[in-house]
Design a protein around this ligand. Structure first.
Ligand SMILES: Cc1cc2nc3c(=O)[nH]c(=O)nc-3n(C[C@H](O)[C@H](O)[C@H](O)COP(=O)(O)OP(=O)(O)OC[C@H]3O[C@@H](n4cnc5c(N)ncnc54)[C@H](O)[C@@H]3O)c2cc1C
Length: 422
């Protein structure tokens, strides 16, 4: 019977970065990465809005994101592997009274951003700082008073990021098996007595194998990097994954007015609109220069259920009746843009503090709860998982930041709630 040292389920950004750092730390390990998709990076990693930022309110999220951004920058600029990273910035358009000023100001000595006054904003031709009185009243919208431009932020291409780690893993002889679905984790006693009904209450348990669409697979250790699909695997075993899915929809808009907004000058060397967050409800516009269009999205909360479908779809009606109104209030001629494409995926939420969960139970390591920012924290998450897997006390992130490897675990967790979720 072929038995690996480690089988990783899931080849999204989390599975790939984790495999990379585990193998790097211990090159002798035999590792198999499996995924039900026909290649790597096809889950929520492929459905994201693909922005990166290091503006987070909780120090742990700041560290995870900042060091990942620095690592990706190193890969693109020094190693010369293109990740499609463009430092277009994140532009938070803000009403006078808001909580973001305070959250972001705390990062003053840690990263680069600047405050932009309304006079400078009024030079953006397509932007209307003041929504009409009637619209403002109905939708509770306020005047844009100022903005904060995060400069260590921008857009990236997740398929290229995944390719970077995948290529490295292939050269390190990590094996992959695609189109392989894990159907169940086989919960077994550590010391079987071969009685029916095992494992019994009083037996020490472990995952003895994986039942998959291509037959059973075995390893000493397992890593679940299965994002919102984790519950389907852990629930039958009684292991709590601690996450809940929320659907997220992205809408692509095109046409002349969209292009005019896209090519807003003055914020970056690409002469593109930064990844822009409206002052209310978290509605964002993501520049999509390859498609000459904008991607529109939001991380809505109350009113958005926790249901789960294998293939989620975006609904035009949601865009037309929710997002478009907010954008029309602030962007001139927005009503003349065309909806040209849409898709949906899930945020894998840690509903408590919105930082990732990385913990061990039995011979399983679980890495989930990325809460809508797993790509921009991907490299740090991989390093973290490798430390937890290797039962090391400390994690060293790119750039040298050291963290206790139990921080993202379940027991004794004291992470402040993340206030900047997009
Ligand atoms: C609309 C949207 C916008 C987003 N915007 C951003 C953003 O701007 N920036 C950012 O950093 N993040 C963003 N995210 C979040 C980001 O996409 C996720 O945090 C990240 O992709 C999670 O990576 P992962 O590897 O954990 O999950 P996934 O990429 O989903 O990978 C999990 C893998 O596990 C496989 N799998 C699951 N179950 C099984 C099984 N039983 N057997 C075999 N294989 C299995 C799946 O096929 C999948 O490939 C966004 C997400 C969405 C949906």
């Amino acid at each position: 019977m072929l038995k690996y040292d480690l089988i990783i389920v899931g080849s999204g950004i989390v599975g790939l970065t984790s495999a990379y750092y585990i193998k790097k730390n211990d090159p002798g390990l035999s590792i198999l990465v499996i995924d039900k998709a026909n290649t790597f990076g096809q889950g929520n990693t492929a459905r994201s809005a693909a922005g990166f930022r290091d503006l987070f309110s909780s120090p742990i999220n700041f560290n995870l994101s900042h060091s990942t951004v620095e690592f990706y920058k190193h890969v693109q600029q020094e190693i010369g592997f293109d990740l499609g990273m463009k430092f277009v910035g994140y532009l938070f358009l803000l009403a006078k009274k808001n909580h973001l000023d305070e959250q972001i100001m705390q990062l003053k000595s840690k990263t680069k951003f600047r405050v932009i006054e309304s006079e400078e904003l009024s030079r953006i031709e397509s932007l209307n700082l003041d929504p009409s009185k009637e619209v403002a009243e109905i939708m509770s919208l306020e005047r844009i008073d100022h903005a904060i431009l995060g400069e260590n932020c921008g857009i990236i291409e997740p398929d290229l990021v995944c390719s970077y780690y995948y290529n490295e893993l292939k050269s390190m002889n990590v094996e992959f098996s695609f189109s392989t679905e894990v159907l169940a984790l086989k919960l077994e006693p550590e010391n079987p007595l071969n009685y029916p009904g095992e494992p019994f209450l009083w037996q020490k348990k472990k995952i003895g194998g994986l039942s998959t669409s291509k037959g059973d697979l075995y390893a000493d250790q397992y890593l679940l990097a299965t994002d919102v699909w984790t519950n389907a695997l852990t629930d039958p075993t009684g292991l709590d994954s601690h996450i809940r899915p929320k659907k997220r929809e992205v809408f692509q808009v095109s046409g002349e007015p969209a292009q005019k907004i896209l090519h807003t000058q003055g914020f970056n060397s690409d002469s593109l609109l930064p990844f822009t967050i409206m002052p209310h409800y978290g509605v964002y516009l993501r520049p999509a220069p390859k498609e000459n269009s904008l991607w529109i999205g939001v991380a809505d909360d109350i009113g958005r259920d926790f249901s789960f479908e294998e293939q989620p779809e975006a609904h035009e009606e949601y865009y037309q009746t929710n997002l478009r109104q907010v954008l029309e209030a602030y962007w001139k001629n927005y009503d003349k843009t065309n909806l040209t494409s849409m898709w949906a995926g899930y945020y894998c939420y840690n509903t408590i503090d919105k930082a990732p969960y990385i913990f061990r139970s039995m011979n399983v390591t679980v890495a989930d709860g990325t809460s809508g920012s797993g790509i921009l924290k991907g490299d740090s998450i991989g390093r973290y998982v490798a430390s937890v897997y290797g039962q090391k006390k400390e994690v060293v992130l790119h750039g040298g930041t050291r963290m206790d490897s139990s921080i993202l675990g379940i027991e004794g967790r004291t992470i402040p709630v993340e206030k900047i979720i997009l």
